[in-house]
Structures are given as C-alpha cells and as structure tokens.
Design a protein around this ligand. Structure first.
Ligand code: SF4
Length: 363
C-alpha cells in the first residue's frame, strides 16, 4: 500500500499547536481568544465573507457511514435540471448571495463531469464566485472547470486517520484515501484559485485530527502560497441513517481549534457553517472565523421551491434567514461581505505553477 506523504506525519514545529489544542492545556482559552481576536482584526478587519451551498444532486454510489445521502439511505434521489438551477440561483440572488458552493455526491452517470461543468457555467453567469464541493477530479477536469468560471474547490478529507477512513467509507469511489488527499493540489494545478479543506469532527480523536488538518493546511499554504487556502471545522450532525459518531467534540474543544488555527495560520480563511448553533457562530465571529455559510439548505434545491419535507444530507443548526444573520453580525460590529472578488480579478485565468516549493503567478 502506498505510504501517506511525509508532511502528514511530520511532528516538526507542531508542539505549540498541540499545546494550544489540548483541553488540559496550560494555555487558557481566554488568552488564546485575545491573541486570535487581535490577529483576526489586524489581518481581516471586522468582516466575515458569506457563501451559501446549493445541492445540485443527491445521487451517490458511495457508502460513507456518516452521510444521509449514502447509497443505502432511502432518501428520494434527484438532480436539478438547467431550468431549476437557474431558478434556484435567482432565488439565492434575491437573498443577497453572491458566493455559491455547488454540491453533488460522488461521480455518477446522472451527475458526472459534463453535468457539473454546465452547472458551473450557469452559476458563473450570475455569481462572481462559484465553488464546487463534489467528487475528486483530474487536473484536466479542474482546468476545464476553471475555464468555465469555477474559482474554488472544497474537498474535506473527513478523517485523516487512514484506518478510520477505511472503516467509515464502506464502499464506493470515496474509499481511495490518497486520491482524495491529493485532490486539493490537482485542483490548484488545474488553475483553481482557492481550495477549502476540513475534517468532519467526531470521526476520530479530535486533537490528533486537528493536528493532521493543520499539517495539511500548512503544507498547502507553503507549497501553493499564492493560492487561497481555507480550513473548516464541521462537527458531525444528525443524519437520517442515525449513525452516531465515536467522539463528541465539545464547544470548548471546537473553539480551541479555531483559535489555535488562527494563531498558527494567521492569514488563512477559517470557515464555520450552519451546522453550528447561532449562539456559537455569533460568539466565534471576530475571534478567528472569516467565512460563514448562510441560509443553508442541505436538500437538493430548496431556495426557490421552499421546503419539500425531504431530509437533507445532514441537519443544520443555525436556521436564521440571511437578513437575520447579517443583522446579528452588524450588532457585533462585523460587516457581512457577500463577495470579495472584483470582476477584474476574475478576468483571464491566472495560472499557478510549481517552482520547487514556491509558486509564481503568470498572467
Ligand atoms: S459523503 Fe459524499 S460521497 Fe459520501 S455518501 Fe455522502 S454524498 Fe456520497
């Protein structure tokens, strides 16, 4: 079996991060919060950039134990057709959303690359920032998506513990641990400008998981320093299969992770989704988090047609409307930002090429 890359197990320069992450750490959380707040203010100002997910399809051949769209779940399977995608995007635009994340399950004949490329083209007509959270692709496919207007790729490893990964990904294409791990770099090589990585918290021991996520983020930031890298901290939420995670990650532990990442990776975008309660999201805004999802639906569509009674990929927790959420941010002196790219920046594709550890951008 091919070995995991050296950077994933490199203990070098991680002692301080381990100290900050541990719940019995001598560094108290208030000290971390003060440092993280100061860094966030200095590097990002009082802003949070906002995005919203649009599930295009819930067809999936994989059997991830923790997912409401796994192929053994009895959920109704469907995909959005072109006219439905346009209607959903129009409804999202009415909410003020300008940064969209398109999602599918793993690659299928119903929702494969050609389907996704067309969805990206449609979204890019209306949205200045279009990202995808779908199946791992080849460099050539990412290059084609970038050409069609895709600016970002989100791909969570779910767990960096290879043994646990093997156990939880019961069947299907997602079983290939290394192919998934190498995906962010294939996306960047294909000209995608931003990648988002993360671990689904609850699947394995949280401190070790956070350390491996940190190593991945550090590796990408060092190797692809002109690209935008973001890290996310999704906690396992109830899903229709009723699967129970082996680890419970408390608010305290999650807060420590976010604060420690802000201190360890001061320039990196850190994202927190509507999986989390409104009070927790409000509390972390300004303390390290710089990106948040809003008004999320985890069913296929759901913005134009409203509630269908279907259950989504997982249950969300913060159910506030876009307006309510933005007002809550403003009440805390934080400005919600719906997009942070000018049209000019999104002009002709910028190519990022490896130069032995550092990358140069060629216009
Ligand atoms: S997590 Fe993704 S790949 Fe796994 S079953 Fe769910 S939709 Fe499919």
């Amino acid at each position: 079996m091919k070995e995991v890359p050296a950077w994933l197990v490199d203990e070098g320069s991680t002692a301080e991060m381990r100290r900050m992450l541990s719940s019995d750490s001598p560094v108290d959380i208030e000290t971390l919060a003060a440092r993280a707040r100061a860094i966030t203010l200095r590097r990002f100002g009082r802003t949070i950039s906002l995005y919203a997910p649009l599930y295009l399809s819930n067809h999936c051949p994989s059997g991830c134990a923790y997912c409401g769209f796994a192929s053994d779940r009895t959920t109704l399977r469907r995909r959005l057709e072109e006219d439905e995608i346009r209607r959903e995007i129009a409804a999202m635009k009415k909410l003020g959303i300008r940064d969209i994340l398109l999602l599918t399950g793993e690659r299928t004949a119903v929702a494969g690359f050609d389907y996704l490329r067309r969805a990206v083209e449609i979204a890019a007509e209306e949205m200045p920032r279009v990202s995808v959270e779908t199946f791992p692709m080849s460099v050539e496919e990412y290059r084609e998506l970038a050409r069609c207007g895709c600016t970002g790729v989100t791909i969570y490893q779910e767990t960096y513990d290879r043994g646990r990964y093997e156990e939880l990904h019961r069947w299907g294409p997602k079983k290939d641990f290394l192919h998934r791990l190498e995906t962010p770099e294939r996306a960047l090589e294909g000209g995608i400008k931003t990648v988002g990585i993360g671990a689904l918290l609850g699947l394995s021991e949280p401190v070790e998981e956070a350390l491996r996520l940190y190593r991945h983020a550090r590796h990408l930031a060092k190797t692809w320093w002109r690209a935008g890298i973001s890290a996310s901290f999704p906690r396992m939420r109830p899903e229709q299969g009723g699967w129970q995670p082996p680890f419970n990650v408390s608010d305290h532990q999650l807060a420590r992770m976010i604060l420690a990442f802000r201190i360890g990776l001061p320039d990196m975008d850190l994202a927190l989704s509507t999986r989390e309660r409104a009070s927790f999201r409000d509390g972390m805004a300004g303390l390290g988090v710089t990106r948040m999802s809003i008004a999320s639906k985890t069913t296929v569509g759901g913005y134009d047609e409203g509630e269908t009674g279907e259950r989504g990929q997982f249950d969300i927790s913060d159910e506030r409307s876009a307006g309510e959420f933005c007002q809550a941010l403003r009440n805390r002196g934080i400005e919600p930002v719906f997009k942070n790219w000018d049209g000019a920046y999104n002009g002709p594709a910028t190519q990022i090429i490896p130069t032995g550890g550092l990358k140069e951008t060629i216009p």
